[in-house]
Ligand binder design. Structure first.
Ligand SMILES: *Cc1c(COP(=O)(O)O)cnc(C)c1O
Length: 373
């Protein structure tokens, strides 16, 4: 049996006819940059996320950068985030010239530990970027409270969390900005790169639109130095067609997760593996990843056994951001964030995509069981 980590070909069949018609229509119109397709998708996506406004951009990475740019965060400023995330989170902070300041994670959710944020706030701190990792929201209430007390901007990194909820509130509706990615492997993917920024502030919305187009307003008059962060009509057209399917896909991911819980509990694996936990504060987990922890130093053994058996799996993330060569000058060292570092040693993502089958999951768990026997 072949079990890919992700297979997008199955879901493509569901909307193929609609999408091909849409692409043909856009090609006939020759209207490619921004325009009515982008406006339409921005409205739909903001509404889906429970936010007042949405601004389509070139990628999730650029969504983070443009939010920082609108806040004029740069050299001399500090931005607090997690060292256990995809590189783009801290990369965006560094690329605007600011300094990423890391805070360790909670061992249960793998998300930034709100308790440890306060100690890292200085008079240079301008913002905090909580990352809703793997599709589960951070504990936002304490984060929002700390931000309010200290006058910090909150930029939610929602790249892995579209439709995820915290106490009934959607990812991207709680902070000052929500940054989304439509990279194909995210729960809502386009046919290339794409992203979106949500906000509930009309003023920030207007600025995001100006910054996305070289800070230009009106045409050829530049009050700010923005960039080309424009989403194109083809991506917006594809996304508008896929969005109505998203809840069905997220539900399927939850069902698949439940099956894993059952299969693992019936297996002889016991506590050699820890399954992803649902946070007690009340969340809708959308399982962009189903990441287990393999204990007793056996992660790589299990990884190799799965690969040998043609099961797709991967490590998100093998090296924390404070240990990356490019951030050497920040002066962190191994041991600074023990929970993140320990998690990086044990974490392993298993196939969870909506169209994966019960037989696939049975096979995956049986391979793990054998490897750990
Ligand atoms: C994917 C991802 C990004 C970047 O999104 P792109 O669209 O690939 O630029 C940022 N943050 C996190 C947590 C991600 O997973």
């Amino acid at each position: 049996m072949q079990v890919p980590l992700l297979d997008l070909k199955g879901q493509y069949q569901e909307f193929k006819d609609q999408v091909m018609k849409e692409i043909a229509e856009i090609a006939e119109s020759q209207y490619f940059i921004l325009g009515p397709k982008v406006d339409k998708f921005e409205k739909e996506c903001a509404e889906y996320c429970g936010a007042d406004y949405g601004v389509g951009v070139t990628s999730g990475s650029d969504a983070l950068i443009i939010a920082l740019m609108v806040e004029e965060i740069g050299a001399g400023d500090e931005v607090i985030t997690t060292p256990f995330t995809f590189f783009a989170t801290a990369g965006a902070i560094a690329r605007v010239g600011a300094t990423p300041v890391f805070v360790d994670i909670d061992p249960v959710t793998f998300n930034i530990d709100p308790e440890q944020i306060k100690a890292k706030i200085t008079d240079k701190t301008k913002a905090v970027i909580p990352v809703h990792l793997f599709g589960q929201c951070c504990d936002m209430d304490p984060i929002l409270e700390i931000a309010k007390e200290n006058d910090l901007i909150v930029i939610e990194d929602c790249a892995q969390a579209i439709g995820s909820e915290y106490k009934g509130r959607r990812a991207g509706s709680m902070g000052d900005y929500g940054c989304f990615s439509f990279f194909p492997s995210k729960n809502l993917g386009c046919f290339g790169d794409g992203g979106l920024v949500t906000t509930n502030s009309e003023e920030k919305y207007e600025l995001l639109k100006i910054y996305r187009n070289h800070g230009m307003d009106p045409k050829y008059y530049h009050k700010y130095i923005g960039g080309n962060f424009r989403l194109d009509a083809l991506q917006a057209g594809v996304l508008s067609i896929k969005l109505p399917y998203l809840d069905g896909w997220s539900d399927a991911r939850q069902v698949n997760a439940c099956e894993y819980y059952e299969l693992f509990s019936k297996s002889k694996i016991g506590d050699k593996v820890a399954l992803p936990a649902i946070a007690k504060y009340g969340v809708r987990h959308i399982y962009n990843q189903f990441s287990i922890l393999v204990k007793e130093g056996k992660r790589d053994l299990v990884l190799n056994a799965l690969r040998e058996a043609n099961v797709g799996c991967d490590i998100y993330y093998p090296l924390c951001l404070h240990e990356q060569e490019c951030f050497e000058s920040l002066g962190y060292k191994q041991g600074d964030f023990p929970v993140s570092e320990g998690t990086a040693q044990e974490i392993l993502a298993l196939p969870i995509f909506p169209e994966s089958t019960p037989e696939m999951r049975e096979f995956v768990v049986s391979v793990i069981e054998k490897a750990l026997a």
